[in-house]
Design a protein around this ligand. Structure first.
Ligand code: PSV
Ligand code: MN
Length: 426
């Protein structure tokens, strides 16, 4: 299913007057405060977040999964779903493929389809956390860290294969997330596991094309519940440094123990020029993969505050690869992704409004109260007119979720695909 631009601009007409009055009011106020409003809107329009190929179907837990109706049954349909998100929001112009769940059978056709939908191929994700039905070696006792040499070599080969597939599509990065770890104390030797992991990552890195980057994702627990080999940003940072200039740490918001100061991690990594990728989601307890901004919007804002600061002040850090890494167990996956995209842009817009000069002055004077006021002033601003304006400029829907429902997109997808299709993924 494809949304045509004319259909959207007709649909937008009913909101245009309201939205521009609302926008003018805010724009006047902000201009009076020396905010470059058009600059902020341009940044919002440019911001593109990749949608992972596993997020278009319903998610589940180890206790089960309830499918959603009209789920995409193959990669082309997944791209079409991302095309719908991108047409509605103007900010989902990339896909992040997961191999082997979504190996393109006909790369050329997939490339053309993506191009027609204005979708780029962002980071490729390898998978050494599951055995495939035709697997020649098992990852039961680890992959890149495994004690058995043949399991490690098998996992390294898989990552090289993922790079190869990514090259054909025009991707420029590889994300490695390792599920490796231990369920019980004594099960593995921490130092050996880390040493093997570093060796394996270096092997993969050798195969990385010059214009590619490698992202090393960390996670404190799950699926292993006693220890994880790459448990935190420090471990990932050490490994990235050992690999070389094109290896970076990837921060997934759900991969922290409760109350971790993620914004400080972001600041440290950007200062060191080592933050490469970012996975958005939200959580109450652990790696819950909930809709972005649904539980801790202030934390999201504080994280964006550091990202915005880093993007402005840390030329040593590369442009980031943004991706939503959420799962939607009971909602329509596309509606959930629309809500996440909205929350991301809102937090970004709020962070762009922080009066950095005033903040720096207040910090110089140790005016703690004023520092807090400056951040909260930005956080408490209703920036939705700026986000709407950015979407309007991109020719997207002013209210994407409402448009999605009123244009009856899910109903049309069900008509096209049927009730019982099932998307690949966890
Ligand atoms: C692991 O929890 C993770 O965050 C990694 O990014 C995976 O690629 C993704 O979720 C899907 O399993
Ligand atoms: Mn992730």
């Amino acid at each position: 299913m494809k949304i045509d631009k004319e259909q959207l601009s007709d649909y937008n007409k009913q909101f245009q007057v309201d939205s521009s009055e609302y926008y003018s009011f805010l724009a006047n106020k902000l201009s009076g405060e020396n905010v470059d409003v058009e600059g902020v809107v341009a940044k919002l329009t440019d911001f593109q977040v990749a949608i992972p190929s596993w997020a278009l179907g319903a998610g589940g837990t180890r206790f089960g999964r309830f499918s959603y109706t009209g789920e995409p049954a193959n990669l082309s349909q997944k791209l079409e779903d991302i095309g719908v998100l991108h047409a509605l929001t103007g900010s989902a112009g990339a896909v992040s493929l997961h191999i082997p769940w979504d190996i393109p059978q006909d790369p050329q056709a997939i490339k053309e389809l993506a191009k027609s939908l204005d979708i780029k191929f962002d980071a490729m994700n390898s998978n050494t956390f599951q055995d495939q039905p035709d697997a020649r070696k098992t990852y039961k006792h680890g992959s890149l860290s495994a004690i058995k040499e043949d399991a490690r070599a098998y996992a390294v080969e898989h990552n090289k294969e993922v790079i190869k597939i990514g090259r054909e599509l025009g991707s420029k990065s590889l994300t490695v997330w390792l599920a490796d770890g231990a369920n019980f104390p004594g099960q593995s030797n921490f130092q050996t596991a880390l040493t093997q992991t570093e060796k394996s990552l270096k092997e993969i890195y050798k195969d990385l094309p010059q214009d590619w980057r490698m992202f090393i994702e960390y996670k404190p627990y799950e699926p292993n519940f006693y220890s994880t080999v790459i448990q935190d940003w420090g471990t990932s940072f050490t490994l990235a440094n050992a690999c070389g200039d094109r290896a970076f740490t990837l921060v997934d918001l759900g991969h922290h123990l409760p109350n971790t100061n993620i914004e400080q991690i972001v600041a440290t990594l950007m200062l060191k020029g080592k933050l490469g990728g970012f996975h958005f989601n939200d959580s109450k307890y652990g790696d819950d993969d909930l809709t972005v901004g649904s539980i801790k919007p202030y934390a999201l804002f504080l994280i964006f505050n550091e990202l915005v600061y880093g993007m402005k002040n840390n030329p040593q850090n590369p442009d980031l690869a943004w991706m939503i890494d959420a799962s939607h167990n009971t909602k329509d996956p596309l509606e959930d992704l629309l809500q996440s995209l909205d929350a991301i842009l809102i937090a970004y817009a709020q962070a762009l409004l922080v009066d950095r000069k005033a903040l720096s002055e207040a910090q110089q004077q140790n005016d703690v109260t004023r520092c807090q006021e400056i951040l909260q002033e930005a956080y408490r601003s209703d920036v939705r007119p700026l986000v709407q304006q950015a979407r309007f400029k991109a020719g997207a829907a002013i209210n994407p979720l409402q448009a999605y429902r009123e244009l009856k997109i899910r109903e049309n997808l069900v008509k096209e695909r049927g009730e019982k299709t099932r998307a690949t993924g966890l």
